[in-house]
Design a binder for this molecule. Structure first.
Ligand code: GRF
Length: 205
């Protein structure tokens, strides 16, 4: 009953998982020196680095990454700021047990620079989403969302900080649901056994 986390950077979502008591058995980064590796090491969580640029092709990188992941036979594969687009084959391999945290209210603003794009679009409500990983980027079934109001005078930095705070609330919840086997997926929609709320509303506008 363990979790393997994939990271590329600072690791604040990883830290939120650890602080919430999620049993993370390994952290794997595609970037040497990623901040999250130090967070894991401080807590005695084993780490590994598989650098994508050491490989000629995505498939070769993913074969080594999968071998590292599978050593821990995780119940959940948690993408925690993992900034690589994966192949359909890799997504399929972990289908149903891989989660991603994305900084927008999907299906709006897939991809990068979500906060800047939300401000440019003039949306009044932004937020973050945990979804199951499928072969289509940022498009898998939605597990939980947190909504964050946009302020009239917002900046991308301020908005990102308020959204990140909510990421740290919803990601541990979603990972725990998968660990507890409480997700039911019907016609592409996710339900949680027990009826826990799949929406968090941050009113700290
Ligand atoms: C978060 O905003 C997450 O939603 C996105 O990448 C960022 C990672 O931040 N996928 P951190 O490394 O967890 O601090």
């Amino acid at each position: 009953m363990s979790v393997v986390a994939l990271i590329s950077g600072r690791g604040s979502n990883l830290e939120a998982l650890l602080q919430a008591g999620i049993p993370v058995s390994a952290v794997i980064s595609n970037v040497a020196g990623a901040g999250g590796l130090a967070i894991a090491a401080q807590r005695g969580v084993p780490t590994a680095v598989v650098k994508h640029d050491d490989f000629p092709a995505r498939e070769a990188f993913e074969a080594v990454l999968a071998a590292q992941i599978d050593r821990f036979a995780p119940k959940v594969l948690a993408y925690a700021g993992f900034m690589r687009v994966v192949t359909a084959g890799f997504a399929e391999r972990y289908r149903g047990r891989a989660l991603n945290i994305h900084p927008s209210l999907l299906p709006s603003f897939t991809g990068l620079h979500t906060h800047e794009r939300a401000l440019a679009a003039g949306v009044k409500l932004h937020g973050c989403t945990v979804h199951l990983v499928t072969p289509e980027l940022d498009s898998g079934p939605i597990v939980i969302q947190a909504a964050v109001p946009v302020r009239a005078d917002d900046t991308a930095i301020a908005l990102a900080a308020r959204v990140l705070k909510q990421e740290h609330v919803i990601y541990p919840r979603a990972v725990r649901w998968v660990l507890e086997g409480r997700l039911v997926i019907e016609k592409g929609l996710v339900h949680v056994k027990g009826g826990d709320a799949q929406l968090v509303f941050s009113d700290s506008a």
